[in-house]
Ligand binder design. Structure first.
Ligand SMILES: Cc1ncc(COP(=O)(O)O)c(C=O)c1O
Length: 431
């Protein structure tokens, strides 16, 4: 029997990206208006290429990308090692079901679990792979409920999350996301969630002391820095107190590190700077550098809740994305990107503070690592638009915050360029 791939018959032409019909920016915009659901407010330009921290439009104009696909493109765009990994793995094997092993999922799980172990003084963990941040949240919610139900032998489905949080758009994730604007029109939400005030331990205690809800609570889920909520930091000591409270009440402490993880805040995991150890955490965004992959890490005892048949994802852990994840982690290691993020983050924050000093429209400038926010007195969208006209890309967080989450590979010159463009844009709109 021949194993040769079917060759193109002489009358069939090869199909490639080059043979697809090209479109102008105006045509793409018109197609998007007509055919995409209107949930995204896409705007020009059309990006066709990337080069490190720059994006290049169809018109061949360069934009400095200080959004990085909202904290996804940690290695910037078209990183040679990432491109090579994708090419090499695509040519070998893209996908096969989780019925079988592939060459990369288990080694990537090992690499992530070793990071967890390093960051927690030796705790053992296991890893479940999914495809996105929201799916990480879903898996964590299922894990928490199943852990209490089947390992601890007690139904404790209640989960506490925090006002201003963001955990994704699927049902459990949207319910966990304690911001009414994301839930509007989607009732009924998933039962069993209640919201505390971020950084306010007493508000967590109050929920736990509620005679009806309190005894049902099995987990607390929280971001170390609220990203979408506005680059919000909790007061010093909050997470340690929260950890102690969780220990006291037998609750799982679950950290959504989808945005903060993988060096974004200047440590591999953001929790490392808080002196705490989580029971569960989940990652996505930077883990694939742009290919969709997420990972949930859980302490050994907790991870045992996901026995065969309890949870799955068709695409989760496929060979392509996990190969990419392995290469990304090695690039992080080789290039010292976590330390670089801490250094560049400190530089960027200092430069932002210097540049915006005395601007009456700025109410706060804050951040951790390369996750920075400039809080202003009005809607940030016009400033983001003005920055884009000056060829700087950034995003909005919360209702008042200009968010900068550049690739972790940026240098001082990139930071200087971004700060100058942002200051000019903000002065133009608000000055
Ligand atoms: C902390 C956090 N959790 C979850 C998500 C959802 O991730 P995804 O959009 O990949 O589902 C995000 C996305 O911004 C996030 O910042």
């Amino acid at each position: 029997m021949s194993h040769a791939a079917p060759s193109n018959a002489s009358n069939t032409a090869a199909i490639s990206l080059a043979t697809l019909p090209p479109h102008s920016t105006a045509e793409i915009a018109a197609l998007a208006d007509r055919y995409l659901t209107p949930n995204y407010r896409n705007v020009a330009p059309v990006f066709v290429r990337g080069e490190g921290p720059y994006n290049i439009s169809l018109e061949q104009e360069r934009y400095l990308d200080f959004s990085a696909g909202v904290a996804v493109n940690a290695l910037g765009h078209n990183h040679p090692d990432l491109v090579a990994a994708l090419r090499d793995q695509a040519a070998l094997l893209i996908h096969q079901s989780n019925y079988w092993h592939n060459a990369h999922a288990a080694p990537l799980a090992e690499a992530l679990c070793l990071q967890f172990s390093r960051a927690t003084n030796g705790l053992q963990a296991r890893c479940y792979f999914c495809n996105s941040g929201a799916e990480g949240t879903e898996a964590a919610v299922k894990l928490a409920r199943r852990y209490h139900s089947r390992i601890r032998g007690q139904e404790r489905p209640g989960i506490i999350t925090f006002e201003g949080s963001f955990h994704g758009r699927t049902f459990a994730a949207m319910t966990a996301t304690a911001q009414p604007k994301y839930q509007d029109g989607f009732a009924p939400l998933l039962p069993g969630f209640a919201y505390a005030k971020f950084g306010d331990l007493a508000s967590v205690q109050a929920l736990l002391d509620d005679p009806v809800f309190g005894p049902t609570v099995g987990a607390v889920a929280v971001e170390i820095v609220q990203g979408e909520g506005g680059v919000r930091l909790a007061p010093p000591g909050f997470f340690q107190q929260l950890r102690a409270l969780c220990d006291d009440r037998g609750l799982l402490l679950m950290l959504d590190e989808v945005q903060t993880g993988l060096g974004r805040t200047g440590s591999f995991f953001a929790f490392e700077q808080e002196g705490i150890v989580p029971d569960v955490l989940w990652l996505a965004k930077a883990l694939g550098g742009g290919v969709p992959v997420g990972a949930v890490l859980a302490r050994e005892e907790v991870a045992q809740a996901l026995q065969p048949g309890t949870h799955a994802s068709t695409f989760g852990a496929n060979a392509l994305v996990t190969a990419v994840g392995r290469v990304i982690l090695q690039v992080f290691e080789r290039d010292g990107l976590v330390a670089h993020s801490a250094q560049m983050g400190a530089y960027l924050l200092a430069e932002l503070k210097k540049a915006f000093a005395g601007r009456p429209y700025v109410t706060d400038i804050r951040g951790r690592g390369l996750m920075c926010g400039v809080e202003i007195t009005s809607d940030p969208k016009p400033v983001v638009d003005a920055a884009r006209r000056r060829h700087l890309l950034l995003s909005v967080a919360g209702t008042r915050v200009l968010r900068l989450t550049p690739p972790l590979i940026v240098d001082r010159a990139h930071c200087d360029e971004a700060v100058a463009a942002l200051l000019a844009a903000a002065d133009e709109v608000l000055g």
